[in-house]
Design a protein around this ligand. Structure first.
Ligand SMILES: [Zn+2]
Length: 332
């Protein structure tokens, strides 16, 4: 599982350029589903057919990154953010472009820690002229964090646990499914980090009766936490009650908590006040979809060293599989 996680976390796939990570996921999913399709926005839609209502799981596969906006005469690259990049959290982070070009994020001399924005950052790709840089990158290319995936006692640390860890959850849940009472769609969505864009079109075309976003959630156990989030690493699957994009349907919240209890899966209720997930657009699709979320508590979200507990990951796998195999009615 750790090897698969490493493959997923290091696959290139910033928002809008998810082709490489989609290919990795497609190969892993292939033996376990009946049909796989990709839509115009790049969503990878894996379908496990069943007689019951349509149940859509969505884990976004895109990542945040830095897009090149300017190449100066010395070959330093100015960048903009793709998604929520916290400038102070990424200074001195190694990065990589899709063509393999590596570099390091640096902060402009004189910029003030704590007040920095992405405009105060630049990428040093180790060249000495604009011409040399232009041989390697062009305006619009995107760099991603190039930090390692490592096991740290009870947790895993690495880039893009948000949200490759949830891609792993869906892939492992798929493997557990026998015959399915529901018509299950596992969507690996695109462009979540820039506004839940992929899940919006995927949900419209699937037209699900039920939706579940699988994503990371902020963790409340770190020193000085102000309890703006509720979930703790190591305490199990976080069942979303609300975030800034959705107030989950009470039917789905209760169903997931009940299923966890019934199957002896560790679970906790999850409220966060910042951040959203694919649930934000799924629940507003067409006439409305009964939607919830299953999340993995994650420390250092949107930094190059996001940390999750593998115990929580297993709990999320078990809960996704339990829901997929529960006989649902068309009306919730
Ligand atoms: Zn996410």
């Amino acid at each position: 599982m750790i090897q698969t996680l490493t493959t997923l976390c290091t696959a290139f796939g910033p928002s809008g350029a998810e082709g490489a990570v989609a290919q990795v996921i497609e190969q892993l999913a292939h033996p376990y589903v009946d049909e796989i399709a990709r839509d115009t926005l790049g969503n990878l839609i894996c379908h496990k057919k069943g007689p019951g209502p349509r149940l859509m799981f969505s884990a976004h596969m895109d990542s945040i990154g830095l897009v090149v906006t300017h190449i100066d005469e010395k070959g330093f690259l100015r960048v903009g953010a793709i998604g929520g990049v916290h400038a102070d959290a990424v200074v001195n982070t190694p990065v990589r472009f899709q063509n393999g070009t590596c570099g390091v994020i640096a902060a402009q001399v004189g910029s003030t820690p704590g007040k920095r924005t992405v405009a105060d950052l630049y990428l040093d790709i180790g060249v000495s002229s604009q011409e040399e840089a232009q041989q390697l990158v062009q305006i619009g290319d995107v760099a991603v964090y190039n930090t390692p995936v490592v096991s740290v006692q009870n947790m895993m640390s690495g880039p893009y646990m948000d949200n490759r860890i949830s891609c792993l959850v869906l892939l492992k849940a798929m493997e557990k499914l026998q015959d399915c009472p529901n018509d299950v769609y596992f969507v690996f969505s695109t462009q979540e980090e820039v506004g839940l864009r992929g899940a919006k079109t995927a949900a419209w075309s699937i037209d699900p009766h039920y939706g579940v976003a699988v994503d990371v959630t902020s963790e409340d156990g770190q020193p000085g936490a102000k309890h703006t989030a509720s979930s703790l690493a190591g305490k199990g699957a976080a069942v979303k009650v609300m975030d800034r994009s959705v107030i989950c349907h009470p039917y789905m919240v209760n169903l997931l908590m009940d299923l966890a209890q019934e199957h002896h899966i560790a679970a906790q209720r999850d409220v966060i006040q910042a951040g959203g997930t694919d649930a934000g657009v799924i629940h507003q699709t067409r006439g409305g979809v009964c939607t919830g979320g299953i999340s993995i508590p994650c420390r250092n979200v949107h930094t190059p060293c996001e940390m999750v507990s593998m115990q929580d990951v297993q709990a999320c796998i078990d809960l996704v599989a339990a829901l997929a195999q529960t006989t649902l009615q068309k009306e919730c």
